[in-house]
Design a protein around this ligand. Sequence first.
Ligand SMILES: O=C[C@H](O)COP(=O)(O)O
Length: 328
Amino acid sequence: MHTLSPSTTQLPQVAHPRNPGMPLDLDWVAAVQANTSAIERRAATLGGRRSVKKEFQAAWLLKAISLIDLTTLSGDDTAGRVQRLCAKARQPVSPWMLEKLGMEGLTVGAVCVYHDMVETAVRALEGSGIPVAAVSTGFPAGLSPYHLRIAEIGESVKAGAQEIDIVISRRHVLTGNWQALYDEMCEMRAACGAAHVKAILATGELATLRNVARASLVCMMAGADFIKTSTGKEAVNATLPVSLTMIRAIRDYQDRTGVKVGYKPAGGIAKAKDALLYLALMKDELGHAWLQPDLFRFGASSLLGDIERQLEHYLTGHYSAANRHAMG
Ligand SMILES: O=C[C@H](O)COP(=O)(O)O
């Protein structure tokens, strides 16, 4: 009997309102601190927590699937690969498994691609309700001419992207030019129109956790709907200390403004057990509201394959080869 907890598996019901942003508050930004050693200590305790087992683990893994931005961001992406990925997004786990688990109709949160692949993905996902997210603004470095970065957002929205993952200018953070970061983020958000905007901080390039906390805050003040750790292309991508820092910035922003901003760890999250850790962290630090696709996503290209393997093991007692769960 594979009874799953409905509170952890139910699909999203109500989308919460967007972050309207607020004027840049430089005093607040200056006051932001990040106690690196305390954050690292707390992050280190998370890995050792007792993991959930059996049907509870299966339920959490199904929840994780609904929160994945299923991603392909490779120079050799083709229409065929994106179409296969979209088929996987619609049917993330073998039908027999979903049937056995009583989770028919489960899909991932979104499909995330480069601009060139947006139209292909939109066509492949027609009728599924799964949004397409486009990485934009000269991803991953964000160093193409500014007007082209802004124009790229408009092009992706025109092509049908409902979510835009922008990259911030890291130099604005490294030089403490918060006004420039705020202005850039405001303009990028405006260019998105009705599409939701995720601000990629590229935390592996921001030098300190205090910079991560301040950049998170400034992007939220400028109206980011989500803050996202990484492009997946930095030398260091999503980590638990960075996640704690960003999640606490989200909590502070909510305490001060009443507005909920989403969180997207991305890059290097490839194992089901890592996904469980992140979900536990979100629940502990921010509560159940952040376990829905409108407030939490995993940016991941290969996580789904490992989750599918673990679910198969739960149902059959056996592991199959990883290559049986290819993504694209
Ligand atoms: O935003 C998503 C990341 O690029 C995916 O990174 P990954 O390939 O390490 O899972």
